[in-house]
Design a protein around this ligand. Sequence first.
Ligand SMILES: Cc1ncc(COP(=O)(O)O)c(C=O)c1O
Length: 328
Amino acid sequence: MGGGAGQHPVGRRSGSYGRDRAFRGHVEKMATELGLRVEFLPGDWRRGADASAINSRLKSDAEHEIKAVCIVHNETATGATTDVKGVREAIDQAGHPALLMVDTISSLGSVDYRHDEWGVDVTVAGSQKGLMLPPGLSFNAISAKALAAAEHANLRRSYWDWRPMIASNATGYFPYTPATNLLYGLHEALEMLFQEGLDTVFARHQRHGEATRRAVRAWGLEILCADPDEYSPALTAVIMPEGHSADAFRKIVLEHFNMSLGQGLSKLKDKVFRIGHLGDINDLSVCGTLAGVEMSLELAGVPHKKGGVQAAMEYLAQKAEVRSIAVK
Ligand SMILES: Cc1ncc(COP(=O)(O)O)c(C=O)c1O
């Protein structure tokens, strides 16, 4: 993080990995263990980060004690995205030098993201979501400003120091033993993404997200993300009707259809289930997933209306001119 011990990044907690274990909470835990002071701006678990709240907080920091603003682009726990460009503008409008750090672990390769164009200082990504690989690789994109800040930071670093990695980049080697098998997988994953075309990939996830949301609404269930502008193209979190257990429902889905739905995390535990629509999926796999959910709602005795899969199919068939499969 761009400052020394005792310095001050600020995160925005609107998802379930906040202090109580949302992905934003990962930032807090790591930063705290590194001796940084972390401040969470109070947030809403049904929305992305609020750029105007960040702007106000930075304006009140006349001493520039805050060294970084940390946000999550796509909150995997809630299915809400954050307008990263809007947060950059909010920082600039406040005339504040804080670095902008963005977690894109569940958005990179699934949702349009522009490190340079949006003026992000540090982007963090991982292999395990839109890149369709097992976990094990992590990526950073780093601005010149963040590199300069790292030169002067007095945090203790070794494995996580960028400098040996950058020095090795010049020759294409790694400072440590690289995860060679994952790098071969990454090569293949990038081939798949570029062959389909990133714009087509992003449109495919948007479309599958919309099909999923249409199914959820047709069932009469509620989408957790409250702002349509922030709907995640990567996943949809669905609120379980009062008096019904989301985890009991997920167990039924797993036992009957061998399909694993994401669980609700932290304060959403047992209250939501999550439907993923990222990675190498197509219209039929989305319909299959939704069929598994609809059949299980019936099996679990969850009050719902029929016709979710039908609503999704109608939408997907109307839009069938959009290519939804990667062709070799
Ligand atoms: C948005 C987001 N941030 C952080 C993480 C945590 O990643 P890891 O478990 O690799 O630290 C995840 C989980 O994959 C995630 O979805």
